[in-house]
Design a protein around this ligand. Structure first.
Ligand SMILES: Cc1ncc(COP(=O)(O)O)c(C=O)c1O
Length: 417
């Protein structure tokens, strides 16, 4: 079987909450001024109560609202694909499977949470959302979700990507969103996710009709993404593989990795691997500490691996991996030893993406290329030992609007600092 497909009726109806089964629970977010744990009232200016409740929920399962399921059904369940042609090209005995999250309207896993977040805001009569975006995948996901719920949306896009990727901007505008380059007050600055978060939070905090929406990092975002791993579990069983040996995702803030990996946290013997850029090596070289989620220091302090909230990563093409920190849940899993992390220079990731593209036909997003690098290395290690390892990874997005990055790679313009 090459594509393992579930019917619409098999779409999961509840998200999996990892908090009750974490080896070490993540430490609570702290108020930036008092350094006391934040309460719901501290978060209420930015988020609806429905999402604040999910942020701290310890229920094992959280029901997915019917209105959210109705929209997710536009592209879910996504297929699980056995990458047989890549296996053959590598000559590996490993079995490689990937969840194809590139099939969503915006082309990545991001709409899984964007739709849920727009729903909970609409349910509490919020009229407008602000957000940041790196490469434009998250911004386009939220723009799509806001168009479904008739919400206004303003996206602060990291300037380096705004200049490099005009098609993402057009996509967001077509779905009715306003897009501006960030940082808004420093026209010569290439920008960073941390700065764009500051712009978006400042906007939301200044208006009563507006909330802020984050595409990664927070517990509720990771919760919404677990639909990926829940489907994958069903599909692997249909393919005759009881469980994977290793689950791999690229890691920016940690949402697509968590989506595929968190449902496997309780399963003994399943390795979980985060793949990140060596130019923004949060998990492999960052310090585990409380730090701000944004550059200006407006957000609560999160317990995470961080390179410091004022770290500005080099403008690599994987804009979605240019974040100074990581989700507290992912950080805690790495710290406890339940999850591993690896880092790659971008040239190695494009090499992997091109190998994947020539074997399987699909051109991955530069972010996804980091996961594929790790997958290929795992498959080659399995070849060395003759091990029939089952490798599952998240194909978090397509790269069809990132072709300028491929052009740079193919013509020797890609710089690995
Ligand atoms: C395709 C794709 N993969 C991965 C990421 C990284 O984000 P996260 O770590 O939250 O999945 C992004 C972020 O923009 C993305 O667009």
């Amino acid at each position: 079987m090459t594509r393992i497909v579930l019917s619409e009726e098999q779409l999961p109806t509840a998200w999996f909450n990892v908090l009750p089964v974490m080896p070490e629970p993540p430490q609570p977010p702290l108020h930036p001024a008092t350094r006391e744990p934040v309460g719901p009232d501290d978060l209420a200016p930015l988020f609806p109560m429905g999402l604040i409740a999910q942020e701290v929920s310890t229920d094992q399962w959280v029901d997915i609202p019917g209105e959210v399921l109705d929209i997710l059904r536009l592209w879910r369940p996504t297929p699980l694909v056995r990458a047989e042609r890549l296996e053959a090209a590598l000559g590996t005995p490993a079995r490689i499977y990937y969840k194809d999250e590139s099939l969503s309207p915006a082309g990545s896993h991001k709409p899984n949470t964007a739709v849920a977040q727009a729903f909970y805001n609409k349910a509490e009569s919020v009229q407008r959302l602000t957000t940041e975006t790196g490469a434009g995948q998250w911004g386009s996901a939220l723009a799509f979700a806001c168009s479904q719920f008739e919400l206004d949306c303003k996206v602060y896009m990291v300037r380096a990507s705004y200049d490099q990727k005009p098609y993402r901007k057009i996509m967001m505008e077509t779905w009715g969103s306003e897009v501006v380059p960030s940082p808004v007050d420093q026209p010569d600055h290439p920008g960073s996710l941390g700065l764009a978060i500051s712009d978006a939070v400042r906007d939301a905090a200044s208006r009563d009709d507006t909330h802020y929406s984050l595409g990664s990092v927070l517990n509720h975002v990771l919760l919404h993404q677990t639909i990926i791993g829940l489907e994958a579990k069903e599909q692997l069983a249909l393919a005759g593989d009881a469980r994977p040996d290793v689950v791999i995702g690229c890691c920016g803030g940690g949402s697509n990795l968590s989506g595929i990996a968190l449902p496997f946290v309780p399963d003994d013997g399943v390795r979980l691997v985060a793949a990140e850029p060596s130019s923004c090596p949060t998990l492999t070289e960052g310090a585990f500490d409380y730090d701000f989620g944004d550059t200006a220091g407006m957000t609560p302090l999160l317990a995470m691996y961080t390179l410091g909230h004022d770290f500005v990563p080099p403008p690599i093409h994987a804009g979605g991996l240019r974040y100074h920190g990581d989700a507290p849940i992912v950080s805690s899993l790495v710290r406890s030893g339940r999850m591993e992390a690896v880092a790659y220079p971008q040239g190695k990731t494009f090499e992997a993406s091109i190998q994947f593209g020539n074997a399987e036909g699909k051109l991955p997003a530069p972010e996804t290329g980091h996961a594929i690098r790790a997958v290929i290395d795992e498959a080659l290690a399995a070849k060395e030992t003759g091990d029939e390892r089952v490798i599952l990874f998240n194909y978090s997005g397509h790269g069809l609007l990132d072709l300028s990055a491929y052009d740079d790679y193919l013509h020797g313009r890609l710089i690995d600092s």
